[in-house]
Each structure stands twice: as structure tokens, then as C-alpha cells.
Design a protein around this ligand. Structure first.
Ligand code: FEO
Ligand code: CA
Ligand code: CA
Length: 619
């Protein structure tokens, strides 16, 4: 409590407020709505907020406990060996949980049993191997990396403590890696930019990587976004034909040797030898965790960008609308509207919904507000890029729009956003919440300046935008928006916490992934907290007098990012990604020993948080 007081004082909250704040561990729930008031906490948010800190631990509220569900290297497939940091092999990794878990989702299988999906976004070999030489990685290190990315399906069940535990060897368990065959779907499948020497048909891709966030579809499959794929291809400078070179530049493909040097061990990562493989990454992929032998797909209809993820709302007529962000500075917000309607219970049909439809990109308008006024609001339009397999962009073919989507969006004048991460519709209100994580280049020389929806220059802390489709029709082209949160130090005049008293909130910075609880509250995980404390998971009510009352539920260890929250009534899952990823650290000089302590190497892991005594979260 002393530490809590000190840190809150740092952000402008006095001891009196602390004494009045938060529900006790027994769940009596006497939080406050502001100084001198006694409004009760919104349902699901009655816990004492975790103070900002820099501990090498997962820190949860008093009265809560956290445990590791699964960590990098834990065996999941039958016959996979136990993890041995010093004796890793490509075959062992192919049967073990991959590295750097990001998005996480649970598909219900029965009472207290789920198929858990995890993205394994990327590798940092200097944290995976001692003595790693970045200029000369060994072939084994590269092959281990190919098997460490992708994703995992792991059966989980509720253990005796109430926390989830993994079920190694379950028949549903699966690893998807950079080598797993994928089928391309949609209008760009089989088109010229998709054909390679190894796949002259242009319909089968080996593997996925750079999968950041994702979404669970109403029909029980997983969507996952291939994000920073550009860094795993090398030698783009070998491509000199002007149109092709401009495309490569627009996606930022590495011009020289790639950081991980994969191109030394397979020509497909080398643009000097295979110019088209790179066109086959950057998609929304769909995986059916209940069919472990099914071929996963990459949906070209949803465009090629640095996809954070995709989240679906069904329109009144049953069409599936997928909301998506392109996570890079000054990139765009997109949505896809399926041609066909969802059919309840018809999984085979529903799994084709993302193959045909129309792609849109957003423009935002609105007045420039006074900083901190909270008057960040305006209107917007979805500009159509494709219509059921036909290009709507003058001068670009359908496959050009879908494979070089950024250039199509440039042509129609979409609004350059502050790094769109998760974009998720609220399951009840239909309002869409957009995490705009930060953009330190906003207003820099030669770059776009502040605008209504991206109001701050050199934006270090990000904002959360609330988008309301006009007429509550997600298939339409007009929307209204406002900013729910303008993140950063609550004491700073340019921040805004939904109109709530800023002396009462937990400071939040760099929102990344979002989820909703059964009460309708928004949960937000952060990546890159620019307020000098560890990243965390926060909850914020969206309605009533507690709207904007941000409370920190947990923090993750040194150097880690909080990802993939799954918020259930009786537990919360978070992906703890890249613990110990700090400047100058490596496996030879680890800066974190989480989760196993002592002198152990840090290992990315999925964590389950439960309430002592089994009461619901935040009740
Ligand atoms: Fe991989 Fe957009 O964070
Ligand atoms: Ca992310
Ligand atoms: Ca991130």
C-alpha cells in the first residue's frame, strides 16, 4: 500500500483518494466515482488497482493469484520432449509451444474445457540461444525459428485450483509453423503476384509468421493477422523494375540481408531469387482449432497489409463484417463485408464467408479540438476498395488491390492513423473500439500532422477511438466517432479519460489488444508503456457514471508486453510476450528470470489469473 500511495502521488493522486479507492480483496467493492462521492464501481471492476511498477513478476490485485498455463518450449504434441534450453532442436520445437505468444483465444469444447489458440508472433534468437551470432546464425537455429513461429492449439482444462492447465498430448493439440501448408482463398488466389517457382499455381503457401493479434469468429474458428512479415525477407534491393520496387518500398521489405538471415537457408525468403513469396504474407488467416488436420487458409479478400488482427460482427442480415487495423505509423483502418450471410450451425458454409465480399478503408473528419477538452469527435466514411471480387479503385486490378492494398488505400485518400492495433466491435452495442497505440512521428518533418482523430503531435501514448456505424448498420459507409481515451499521464493536460475524474484513474499508455467482459466493460492490454513502468492489463467501463474510470488489473514482468487478453467471469488469461526484452539483454545476459525465477532464462508464457476462493473477477 505504501508503494501504491507513492506511485499514485507521482501521477497526482493524494492519499485521501487512495483510502477511498477500490474494492477490498473480500469483494465488498466500495470503490468511488470521484473525490467526495461514493458511486459504486461498475460491475466487474471492484478490485484494488495494481500500482505502476517495474517488478520482474506478474502483479495482480490483492486477493487474486496468477499461474502459468503454458510457456515457450513446453511439449504439446505426443512424443515431444521436455524443453531443454541448452539442447534445442528443430524437431523438438515442432512439437512444443512456440515462442513469443501474442493473441490468445479460447474455443469452448465442453464444461471447463477449451481449445486455446496462441499466436507465436516472432523470434528473437539472441534471447533463444546463448552465444548467438546474428551475422552467422546456424542452420539449426534458423530451422528452430521456423518451428517457433506460427501458432499453437492447446487443449486446456480447469484444474483443481480453478486456474486453467494445459493438456499435453491431447488429440486437438496442433502446431502451425512457417512450414505448414496453407490454401489461398479469394480473388487474388492463383493470380500472377502469387505464383512462385515452388508453387506455379499460386494457391499454396508454406507457413505463416508475424501473427500478432486476431479474433474468434461466431462460427468458432480463429482469425489471425500476419503483421510485420516484411522483416523476414531479404535482399529486396535486387528488385529494380519500378512498379515492383515501389510495391516493395510501400511495405518496407528489407533491402539488404534480413535480421534473422532466413534467406540463407531457403530461397523463398530471398527476393533476389524469389520475388513473389513476399506477396503471400500479410493476410488474415483462418484456422479451425476443432479440426486438427484441416488446411488453414489465407484470405486474400481481406487485403494484404501489416494486419494486426480481425474481429467480426454479424449484420442484421447475417453478413459478416470484419474490422481490421494496419499496424504501422500513418496506416489505415479497414473493414470487410462478406457477400454471403452467416447460417447458424452450418460451419462448412460459414468458413467460406471471408472468401468473397467487399473491402473498405476509413476516412475520418472532425474539428480540431482544444487539447484535453475531450471534444474529440466527428464523422467518417468507409471508402470502397473492392465489391465482391471487382476492383473499385481506378487503374488497379482486383488482385492489385488485394495484394498491394496499401497503395489502393493511398489512392483513395484514406486517413493516416496512429498505428491501428486491435479493432473490435462490442458484442452488445456494436460500437467498434480501435486501439491506436502511438505515433511518435506524427507532425515530424515531412510527415502528416495532427488531425481530429489523431490529435497529438509526437504521440507517445496513443488513444482509444469509439466508432459508431450510422443507423447501427455495419454494412453501411457512414459512421460517427469520438475518442474514449487519450492516453498518457492523467495529470498531463492533453490526456482524456472518457470524462472521468483523472485523479482517480490508473495511468495507461500504448493500448494494443482489447477484449470485453460479460458486463460490457472494455479490457485493454498495453505494449510499450511510455510512462516508465511495466506494461499491463486495464479495465474501463463504457457506460454510466464510471465511464472512463481506467483501473489496472495486472502488470507483466520487465521487458514484456501484455497481449491477447481473454476475460471470463471466473478467470483472465494474458499472453506475456517477450519477458526480458530490454536493451543490451540477451540469453547471455538476461534481464528477466520470469517465470521460473533463480538464474533461469525468461520464457514467454500464457498466464491465468483467478480470484482466491473462486469468486467472479471484479465482483
Ligand atoms: Fe505486433 Fe501490432 O503489435
Ligand atoms: Ca499487437
Ligand atoms: Ca504489439
Amino acid at each position: 500500500m505504501i508503494k501504491t500511495g507513492a506511485l499514485l502521488t507521482l501521477v497526482g493522486v493524494g492519499g485521501g483518494a487512495l483510502a477511498a479507492c477500490g474494492g477490498g480483496p473480500s469483494g465488498t467493492g466500495n470503490g468511488t466515482g470521484g473525490p467526495g462521492t461514493s458511486t459504486p464501481p461498475a460491475p466487474g471492476t471492484a478490485f484494488t488497482p495494481v500500482a505502476p511498477n517495474t517488478q520482474d513478476a506478474v502483479v495482480v490485485p490483492e486477493g487474486y493469484t496468477n499461474s502459468v498455463v503454458i510457456r515457450w518450449g513446453d511439449p504439446i504434441l505426443p512424443g515431444a520432449p521436455a524443453f531443454d534450453f541448452a539442447k534445442q532442436t528443430p524437431d523438438a520445437q515442432a512439437g512444443q509451444f512456440g515462442f513469443n505468444n501474442d493473441y490468445c483465444a479460447l474455443v469452448p469444447l465442453g464444461p471447463d474445457r477449451w481449445a486455446m489458440w496462441s499466436n507465436h508472433e516472432y523470434v528473437t534468437p539472441e534471447f533463444m540461444f546463448t552465444g548467438y551470432n546474428k551475422d552467422n546464425p546456424t542452420e539449426d537455429q534458423v530451422r528452430i525459428s521456423w518451428n517457433a513461429v506460427g501458432g499453437s492449439v492447446v487443449a486446456v482444462r480447469r484444474g483443481a485450483s480453478g486456474a486453467l492447465e494445459a493438456v499435453p498430448g491431447d488429440p486437438l493439440n496442433r502446431r502451425i509453423t512457417a512450414l505448414t501448408p496453407f490454401r489461398l482463398t479469394g480473388p487474388a488466389a492463383g493470380s500472377a503476384p502469387m505464383r512462385t517457382a515452388a508453387d506455379p499455381e499460386g494457391r499454396t503457401v508454406l507457413g505463416m509468421h508475424s501473427n500478432c493479434s486476431g479474433g474468434l469468429t461466431p462460427w468458432g474458428t480463429i482469425l489471425s493477422g500476419e503483421e510485420n512479415f516484411h522483416g523476414l525477407f531479404g535482399n529486396a534491393s535486387a528488385v529494380t523494375e519500378p512498379t515492383a520496387a515501389a510495391r516493395i518500398k510501400r511495405y518496407g521489405i528489407t533491402t539488404g540481408a534480413s535480421l534473422t538471415k532466413w534467406e540463407r537457408f531457403d530461397a523463398r525468403w530471398d527476393l533476389a531469387r524469389e520475388a513473389n513469396e513476399v506477396n503471400r504474407y500479410g493476410y488474415i488467416v483462418e484456422i479451425d482449432p476443432q479440426e486438427p488436420t484441416s488446411t488453414p487458409v489465407k484470405h486474400t479478400s481481406l487485403g494484404r497489409l501489416k494486419h494486426e488482427g480481425a474481429n467480426i460482427r454479424l449484420a442484421a442480415d447475417g453478413r459478416a463484417v470484419a474490422y481490421m487495423g494496419d499496424d504501422e505509423r500513418f496506416e489505415y483502418l479497414y473493414k470487410f463485408v462478406s457477400r454471403d450471410a452467416h447460417r447458424p450451425g452450418d460451419r462448412a458454409h460459414n468458413k467460406t464467408l471471408l472468401e468473397n465480399g467487399s473491402l473498405y478503408v476509413a476516412t475520418f473528419t472532425g474539428p480540431a479540438p482544444a487539447p484535453g477538452s475531450g471534444q474529440h469527435a466527428g464523422g467518417g466514411t468507409w471508402i470502397q476498395l473492392t465489391e465482391n471480387g471487382v476492383s473499385k479503385v481506378p487503374g488497379m486490378s482486383i488482385e492489385e488491390v488485394l495484394v498491394f492494398t496499401r497503395q489502393a488505400a493511398d489512392k483513395v485518400g484514406a486517413t493516416k492513423m496512429d498505428r491501428p492495433e486491435d479493432v473490435q466491435p462490442h458484442p452488445r452495442s456494436g460500437k467498434v473500439y480501435v486501439a491506436l497505440t502511438n505515433n511518435t512521428d506524427r507532425g515530424a518533418a515531412g510527415k502528416a500532422g495532427p488531425d481530429a482523430a489523431n490529435p497529438r503531435p509526437a504521440n507517445k501514448h496513443g488513444q482509444i477511438l469509439e466508432l459508431t456505424e450510422r443507423g447501427d448498420d455495419p454494412t453501411g459507409t457512414a459512421f460517427d466517432w469520438s475518442l474514449l481515451l487519450v492516453c498518457g499521464d492523467p495529470a498531463a493536460p492533453d490526456t482524456y479519460y472518457g470524462g472521468f475524474d483523472k485523479t482517480q484513474v490508473s495511468p495507461i499508455s500504448c493500448p494494443d489488444n482489447v477484449d470485453f467482459d460479460s458486463h460490457g466493460n472494455l479490457w485493454i492490454s498495453t505494449d510499450g508503456n511510455a510512462l516508465k513502468s511495466n506494461d499491463g492489463l486495464f479495465v474501463v467501463p463504457l457506460e454510466g457514471p464510471e465511464r472512463g474510470h481506467v483501473k489496472q488489473f495486472l502488470t507483466v514482468p520487465i521487458g514484456a508486453e501484455t497481449c491477447g487478453p481473454v476475460v471470463m467471469d471466473s478467470f483472465v488469461l494474458v499472453s506475456v510476450q517477450h519477458p526480458g526484452e530490454t536493451d543490451d539483454a540477451s540469453a547471455d545476459k538476461p534481464s528477466s528470470h520470469w517465470p521460473d525465477g533463480g538464474t533461469s532464462q525468461p520464457r514467454p508464457a500464457v498466464v491465468c489469473v483467478t480470484r482466491d476462493g473462486g469468486a467472479p473477477i471484479g465482483a
